[in-house]
Design a protein around this ligand. Structure first.
Ligand code: PGA
Length: 231
């Protein structure tokens, strides 16, 4: 299983350091889960310094080696930290930062060529969901267009927008329905994200086509994250 924590724009670098030290000190050596943490940019260096067992990924990066991209980070900065994992297509970037599908595709191509592990996020909004199953699949299919679904370091995160941060996760039926569809397209592991917490994580992880979780708010608390990891 892959358990990933997306800290979004939360937690200072010193808190991230304490978090990682604490979580790693509590991990059992027999732990089989792959753990990934996506801290904010300013915490990446500290996170890398402290993480021994947890993989540290970036929440975003511009598709270029370096250059005039104010406010962005690029490949060169990630290389200096030895970061090789990236989140692409998170709905908050698509919606709040107006990141287009074309930009997601460019980022995907660029970081794939650099051999990065890519967690590519897809998910429909409430309007689409209310239109029914065929609308959901059509929408998700468009988000998967031009993404190399055979890429060996690809992980897909299904995160319905209406479930993110809402406290209301998708139902097991919703998740099964979509993950079954994704499995027809790719052999990549599938994560579910959207209001995952200590109470629902276990049953979601038990679903046949689900290979892990992408957790936002519940992962901000180290003990909650540990409880989810340990099942
Ligand atoms: P949430 O966020 O767990 O707070 O719903 C998930 C995500 O956005 O990755």
């Amino acid at each position: 299983m892959i358990i990933a924590a997306n800290f979004k724009a939360n937690l200072s670098a010193s808190v991230v350091a304490e978090y990682i030290k604490y979580v790693e000190s509590k991990l059992d050596s027999s732990l089989k889960n792959e753990l990934i943490i996506f801290p904010n940019f300013i915490s990446l260096q500290t996170a890398k310094d402290f993480a021994k067992k947890i993989n540290i990924g970036t929440q975003n990066a511009y598709p270029a080696l370096n250059g005039a991209f104010t406010g962005e980070i690029t490949l060169e900065a990630l290389q200096t930290l030895d970061i090789k994992t990236i989140l692409i297509g998170h709905s908050e970037r698509r919606i709040l930062l107006n990141e287009t599908q074309q930009m997601c595709n460019e980022k995907f191509r660029f970081y794939k060529n650099q051999d990065f592990k890519i967690i590519y996020c897809i998910g429909e909004n409430l309007d689409i969901k209310e239109k029914g199953e065929s609308s959901i699949l059509k929408f998700l299919e468009n988000q998967l267009k031009n993404i190399d679904l055979d890429y060996k370091n690809l992980i897909i995160a299904y995160e319905p927008i209406w479930a993110i941060g809402s406290g209301k996760s998708a139902t097991l039926n919703d998740i099964s329905f979509v993950s079954e569809f994704i499995k027809t397209k790719t052999k990549a592991p599938i994560l579910y994200g959207g209001s995952v917490n200590e109470n629902n994580a276990k049953e979601i992880l038990a679903l046949q086509n689900i290979d892990g979780l992408l957790i936002g708010s519940a992962a901000l608390n180290a003990n909650t994250f540990l409880n989810i990891i340990k099942g």
